[in-house]
Design a protein around this ligand. Structure first.
Ligand code: APR
Ligand code: PHB
Length: 389
């Protein structure tokens, strides 16, 4: 089989890239190791920046998001019983869209199916080859039969544990990593959200986030120990701990119910540099990871593939400038989002070594935010997403 662009991974990055390339008339094939149902079964974050919304609209995939998504013009921070609302729209003129990544992925899958472009699910032993030359190809097995996909480019959209980044010679890659000493215990329930807007909470018992997927479906997170096991957290234990960490007036109106999903995720910051190796490019979680506090993971995947789709379109139009500058341009935005996600995580979580001085630093930072429009504007600009650059 031959195509112009071989995309490894059918997560948000791979599927959005495929949709943008399709719109530009560039043939592409997606190779995914899992089944479509498995990919859809992953519960991830749910806040879209303007850049991601614009790219989904450009790709012709935003119909359901615009109809069912929840536009949010602000969010709340709680430090103990103190509350601060960050008025995103007043401070930046922008807003974010609360719309689950699962729904984004579903919309992209539906669009791809109708586009007629090839997607190979349950592709085994995917392996990129020849990307240091002009004739790269991807080997894989499907239904037990060995296959070869020849392409002009291979795009690694295969996530943190994928094969593409690891196919790059170690001496050609530099990585940067920070692992956080706690995890996020997440719960999804068909209960009405406890608050109209998201609440990020710093409490003496640890971080809390009250989010949502719709007016009928809530999403909550609790900072937990790295070695916590799901079996330690019954639904009752989760709801009781959430009640302790919510501001008292909010906790009083908490609606509880059976969890439809519960999971523990580790937190890390990670960046690989550069993002191009000859005819192989990396995008999304294959290239970088952020702690979920700033809701940047999906949004960075979207901005990476937005830049890459533009660069590949220019290539087929006769210019190599875009592909030559992709890595630098993408990393410029990635590092600013890494900084914001690290800052917000450092401010809102209890670290084992926070200590008395560390806690006073966090409280002083929150006090400063409460009294400074300039500080709130910095936070708001980063939360709604910086320009594509
Ligand atoms: N061969 C083929 N597919 C692979 C391989 C492989 N060797 N390894 C991984 N994959 C697939 C995974 O099964 C997954 O469907 O690549 C896809 C990667 O998708 P994501 O991990 O969702 O990464 P990305 O598309 O970059 O989206 C980033 O997803 O995980 C969240 O928090 C993250 O919100 C962020 C977003
Ligand atoms: C979510 O709803 O899953 C969510 C929202 C905001 C975040 C992280 C996760 O910062």
């Amino acid at each position: 089989m031959r195509t112009q662009v071989a995309i490894v991974g059918a997560g948000p990055a791979g599927l959005l890239l495929g949709a943008l390339l399709h719109r530009a008339g560039i043939d592409n094939v997606v190779l995914e190791q899992r089944s479509a149902d498995y990919v859809l079964g992953r519960i991830r974050a749910g806040v879209l920046e303007q850049v991601a919304m614009d790219l989904l609209r450009e790709a012709g995939v935003a119909g359901r998001m615009d109809a069912q998504g929840l536009p949010h013009r602000g969010f709340e921070m709680a430090f103990g019983e103190r509350r601060l609302r960050i008025d995103l729209h007043a401070l930046t003129g922008k807003q974010v869209m609360v719309y689950g990544q699962t729904e984004v992925t579903r919309d992209l899958m539906d669009h791809r199916r109708l586009s007629g472009r090839t997607t190979v699910y349950e592709a085994e032993d995917v392996q990129p080859h020849g990307f240091d030359g002009d004739h790269p190809w991807v080997g894989y097995r499907h239904g037990g039969i060995g296959q070869r996909l020849d392409a002009d480019f291979i795009i690694g959209c295969d996530g943190f544990h994928g094969v593409c980044r690891s196919a790059v010679p170690a001496d050609a890659l530099q990585t940067f990593e920070k692992v956080y000493p706690f995890g996020w215990l997440g719960l999804l329930a068909d209960t009405p959200p406890v608050n109209e807007e998201l609440i990020y909470g710093h409490t003496e018992r640890g971080f809390m986030l009250a989010s949502m997927r719709s007016h009928q479906r809530s999403r909550y997170y609790l900072q937990c120990l790295l070695d916590d096991k799901l079996e330690q957290w019954s639904d009752e234990a989760f709801w009781a701990e959430l009640r302790r960490r919510l501001p008292a007036d909010v906790a009083a109106r908490l609606a509880t119910g059976p969890s439809i999903e519960k999971s523990i995720a580790p937190l890390r910051s990670f960046v690989a540099e550069p993002l191009r190796f000859g005819r192989l490019f990396l995008a999304g979680d294959a290239a970088h990871i952020v702690p979920p506090t700033g809701a940047k993971g999906l949004n960075l995947a979207a901005s990476d593939v937005g830049l890459l789709a533009q660069a590949l379109t220019e290539f087929y139009g006769g210019s190599v400038a875009g592909i030559d500058h992709y890595s630098r341009r993408a990393l410029a935005r990635v590092w600013k989002a890494e900084r914001f996600s690290w800052w917000f995580t450092s401010l809102m979580h209890r670290f084992p070594d926070t200590g008395g001085f560390g806690l006073r630093m966090q409280q002083a930072e929150f006090d400063y935010l409460c009294g400074s429009v300039a500080a709130q504007t910095v936070l708001a600009e980063n939360y709604v997403g910086l320009p594509l650059g």
